[in-house]
Design a protein around this ligand. Structure first.
Ligand SMILES: Cc1ncc(COP(=O)(O)O)c(C=O)c1O
Length: 299
């Protein structure tokens, strides 16, 4: 838990890629998320989070940390007015995921940092969907950035991991202190595998992004498609914000079919070229149906 040279090599590498002071590697993305919550929030303090946040990040807060008196509100952070309306005197953290899963809504990182700092709160950004190759939230004012390393950073779908990058030594020390005691550290073999993965991060993302654009254009013109959201398409509503804060348009596509839920199920049962699985960031093309899989409890 206290440190290992291979893990430290990865931590230095990712801190450089995310333009942070330093980083701390974890055994999973959720170890990273829960350690950040516990390090930076006290009893009777409040956080505001994107509603379309990774499910376990919300469960951890609403079902577990709530037992210790931590309060939370979930809003559409793509609408800054919703964030402002949720602020309480004890709000100490704004926590966002952008692009959001599966809505692909983009939250303005710089504006969120300004709101957070104006009330003495920290801005935490889950940057898993972009990786440091496509978005550097610290440059836009974020205080803490985290990743499920399981996804793009490792990129080979063969390890689980997490990482937290802090803008300052003070934040890094606080999170490290909590990690030492909670014990969600990354082990050296995981770190060795991730260092291997990082070597091809740029090439993997460039190629996946190129492919995503081709798939999105094909789907956009398909007669059975009701709607499609991909940040690279001209039809994407938040194109200007994408250009302002992302260095590319990403590899994730969200679309709806004419025929609703049943049409979605039928596509999943018949699709041939993509693997039906819930994850992202590996070299395989995956497809999943939020309404009957990851987000079934919300439909
Ligand atoms: C955006 C996001 N954050 C955090 C996590 C949690 O990461 P892990 O599965 O590595 O614990 C995930 C996992 O899917 C995710 O998609």
């Amino acid at each position: 838990r206290m440190g290992n040279p291979t893990v430290k090599a990865l931590e230095r590498q990712i801190a450089v890629l995310e333009h942070g002071y330093d980083s701390i590697a974890f055994s999973s993305g959720m170890a990273a998320v829960s350690t950040v919550y516990m390090a930076l929030l006290n009893s009777n303090e409040h956080m505001i989070s994107s509603a379309a946040v990774y499910g376990a990040s919300r469960v951890m807060m609403e079902q577990h940390l709530s037992r210790f008196g931590v309060q939370s509100s979930y809003v559409n952070t793509a609408d800054l007015n919703e964030i402002k309306a949720a602020i309480k005197p004890n709000t100490k953290m704004i926590y966002i995921e952008t692009p959001a899963n599966p809505t692909m809504d983009i939250t303005d990182i710089q504006a969120c940092a300004e709101i957070a700092h104006s009330i003495g709160a920290v801005l935490v950004v889950d940057n898993t969907f972009c990786s440091p190759y496509l978005q550097n939230p610290i440059d836009l004012g974020a205080d803490v950035v985290l990743h499920s390393v399981t996804k793009f950073i490792n990129g080979h779908a063969d390890i689980v991991g997490g990482i937290v990058i802090s803008k300052t030594k003070e934040l890094n020390d606080k999170i490290k202190g909590m990690m030492f005691n909670l014990g969600g550290n990354m082990d050296p073999h995981q770190a060795y595998m991730v260092i291997r993965g990082v070597k091809t991060l740029a090439i993997r993302i460039e190629r996946a992004q190129e492919n995503a654009m081709k798939v999105a254009k094909f789907l956009e013109n398909h007669p059975k498609i009701e709607w499609i959201k991909y940040p690279g398409l001209d039809s994407f509503a938040q194109k200007d914000l994408v250009a302002k804060q992302m260095k590319g348009t990403g590899t994730m596509i969200s679309f709806g079919l004419k025929g609703g839920l049943e049409a979605g199920r039928s596509l999943m049962n018949n699709v041939k070229m993509c693997i039906l699985a819930v994850s992202l960031g590996g070299i395989e093309t995956l497809i999943q149906h939020p309404a009957s899989m990851t987000h079934s409890k919300m439909t």
